[in-house]
Design a protein around this ligand. Structure first.
Ligand SMILES: [Zn+2]
Length: 692
């Protein structure tokens, strides 16, 4: 596909911390409206002059269409003067610059006119992309270059990116005979619609007739849930945090009870994905989904998950025993896990969340990020004013990311504060990917980091709970991946890489939000300016590893299920029976009869055979941390190596080779599994120490 959809984390430390402390902390701790709608716009969104008003989107769209037509003509011209992959990337860039911006504005802009114009652009871009994806001339020219080479010189990067473009084309069946190609188009449409319907069904509450439930169940549920006008109970969530074990059990069983509508949707989704894969020449949908990933194929994923499982089981059993003790030695059931782990974690911390938040003002955290990036990569986050018209809401911040010798690398817009209608997920959006321009300058990447921080003006500075600090650092891991990308092509810039690689830089940044030796540099009490006391630092760090094994066991179980659903021919076993069978082997608690939680697991739609990705990224981050950074997390030599041997490539090198080269050891299932286990063991060692 031409258009890649973005779906969608000691040296000089003191010196920089002091030099930049004031501006960032002041700016972020006391946010002021930076942008008013009644001020006349001087520029357009993100500084694009054509987007000074919403009408600009329509003109932008027309220009994009003209540009695309020109690039298509150039690609198909036998006398073209330039490297083919370069033109392909420019075509992709034209589409992405508008589509990514429109996609972001559609979800983030509070003004309905902008939203409508952006939505119109998204629809038009999808139509153009669909047309290009079926353009045989484009495909034939590209295929010929990949097979026979280009008449203009090609580098390894050109070839790799060209192959990615070709693979995207073939995902849509362009290489098949017409009847089969049409079948693939129909299947893709069916999968899209069925996936959306499943996502909607996942969110739906369960409506149950209380007269058909046992008395004790209907009684406890009726205290917690509302009735609809027909006298039925609306069970919208499984009450996992309730203190009442009877309610937890009843709600779990009712909420996760059998559901014919969702089951049919999931069956249809899996079956059509399987047919799609077979038609395109893959043994299964997982084979198709994993082709350009670090894992490369499902057997690598299952080998990794099986090795991890064998090591993790003994550790997660220990966690379930801890839960059992906290449960008055009663058996622990799936509906108890969230309640018990939260309770034990809170007890363990011994300090209230607000005590921690007092040390994590947003300003100090931003300074912390600046100090970390400065030490590792020689870069600064520099505040810049937003010109009227450039932003989409109040209280936005714009940060220029500058390298000490290389100058401007890109821009990060920070949209941190909650507002009505804003999406609740913390996220990172690529608005413009970086790429090399014909004059050898670089198209600066632009990204947005979006959070949902609650702040009341008269409540003092903006304070973050430790979980929000971790999220902030995670999203900045993604943002900096985009900033440091220096690929020739935007198609593979920064986070536009394999899914199992994409979370590596962001998970790595989570270590910087939880490791005492780093936090002590920036976590200071907002009133006294004293650093976080040693005891609080240790408790916080240890709490990250409490139940790390049992939580990972659950992620592993989800990943295994996702692999089985997408590798086996459907209908050999119902999704529920397969879940029950796999739960014995891959999860520490027994399957609960007549339940089907997979019908509430929306990630099957978005990830489809790639849910394991987070575990692989986490393993890479753990390996990197323990091998290269643990002893000196702000080491500039290691930072530079991470930048130049990994982050700057984005997806510009085959993913397995990229990480193996960076880690300087072949990335194998064993290496990944042992990195995760080592991380848990070291964390638990320190936790034990801090508990004494
Ligand atoms: Zn992430």
């Amino acid at each position: 596909m031409i258009l890649r959809k973005t779906i969608h984390d000691v040296r000089c430390a003191k010196k920089y911390s002091v030099a930049l402390a004031k501006p960032l902390s002041e700016l972020f701790n006391q946010p002021k409206p930076k942008f008013k709608f009644f001020v006349k716009n001087q520029t357009g969104l993100f500084g694009a002059p054509e987007l000074i008003s919403f009408e600009g989107f329509y003109a932008f769209k027309e220009q994009t269409k003209i540009d695309c037509d020109n690039f298509v003509d150039e690609i198909c011209n036998p006398n073209r003067k330039r490297n083919l992959v370069t033109i392909f990337d420019q075509l992709s860039n034209s589409l992405c610059c508008l589509a990514d911006m429109a996609e972001f504005i559609r979800t983030a802009h509070p003004d309905k006119s902008f939203v409508a114009a952006a939505e119109d652009c998204c629809i038009s871009m999808n139509t153009i992309v669909e047309k290009l994806n079926t353009n045989k001339d484009l495909y034939t020219n590209l295929k010929q270059v990949i097979l026979d080479g280009d008449k203009h010189p090609m580098t390894e990067e050109d070839r790799h990116v060209g192959e990615l473009f070709l693979f995207d084309f073939e995902l849509n069946g362009i290489h098949l005979e017409e009847r089969k190609r049409q079948y693939v188009v129909n299947l893709n449409n069916f999968i899209l619609v069925t996936g959306q319907r499943f996502m909607t069904a996942v969110e739906k509450p369960r409506i149950v007739d209380p007269t058909k439930l046992p008395d004790v169940v209907s009684k406890v549920l009726s205290k917690e849930y509302r009735y609809n006008s027909g006298g039925k109970l609306i069970v919208g969530h499984p009450s996992s945090h309730s203190e009442d074990p009877v309610l937890r059990e009843a709600a779990f069983k009712v909420y996760n009870g059998p559901n014919a509508e969702s089951e049919e949707l999931l069956d249809n989704l899996l079956e059509s994905r399987h047919k799609l894969a077979l038609t395109c020449g893959f043994p299964s949908y997982a084979h198709r989904a994993l082709k350009n990933s670090i894992a490369e194929n499902p057997s690598f994923v299952m080998e990794f998950l099986n090795i991890l499982n064998s090591e993790l089981r003994i550790r997660s059993v220990f966690d379930y025993k801890t839960m059992k003790r906290a449960n008055n030695n009663d058996i622990v059931s799936p509906w108890d896990v969230q309640y018990l782990t939260n309770k034990i974690k809170q007890n363990h911390l011994q300090y209230a969340m607000i005590d921690y938040a007092s040390y994590f003002s947003l300003g100090d955290c931003m300074e912390g990020l600046n100090m970390i990036f400065n030490s590792l990569y020689n870069i600064n986050l520099v505040f810049e004013d937003i010109t009227p018209g450039e932003g989409w809401a109040e209280q936005l911040y714009k940060l220029a990311v500058t390298h000490n010798t290389e100058g401007l690398l890109g821009y990060i817009y920070c949209d941190f504060f909650e507002r009505t209608g804003k999406l609740h997920n913390d996220s990172h959006y690529v608005v413009r990917g970086g790429r090399q321009l014909p004059d050898n300058s670089y198209q600066t990447p632009i990204v947005v980091v979006m959070l949902n921080v609650v702040w009341r003006e008269n409540h003092g500075p903006v304070l973050l709970h430790p979980g929000s600090v971790e999220n902030l650092f995670h999203e900045f891991g993604h943002a900096i991946h985009s900033m440091l990308g220096r690929t020739r092509y935007q198609h593979v810039n920064g986070t536009r890489c394999a899914t199992d690689l994409a979370e590596f830089p962001s998970v790595l940044m989570e270590y910087y939000a939880t490791q005492p030796q780093v936090i002590k540099h920036y976590a200071k009490h907002f009133k006294t300016r004293q650093p976080m006391p040693e005891d609080m630092l240790k408790k916080l760090y240890a709490s990250k590893y409490l139940f790390a094994a049992s939580e990972m066991q659950l992620q592993l179980f989800y990943s295994v299920l996702d692999q089985y659903y997408h590798t086996q021919a459907p209908q050999s076993l119902s999704t529920t029976n397969m879940l029950a069978k796999l739960q014995v082997e891959y999860y520490g608690l027994p399957y609960v009869k007549d339940t089907a939680w997979q019908l509430h697991f929306s990630h099957f739609v978005g990830y489809g055979a790639k849910y394991y990705s987070y575990l692989v990224s986490k393993a890479l981050a753990a390996h990197t941390w323990h091998s290269f950074l643990n002893n000196d997390p702000l080491n500039g030599i290691q930072g530079e190596r991470l930048r130049t041997e990994c982050l700057q490539y984005g997806g510009g090198k085959p993913a397995r080779k990229l990480v193996s080269d960076y880690l300087r050891t072949p990335v194998t299932p064993e290496l990944l599994a042992s990195s995760l286990i080592q991380d848990i063991d070291q964390g638990n060692e320190i936790s034990k120490f801090s508990a004494t």
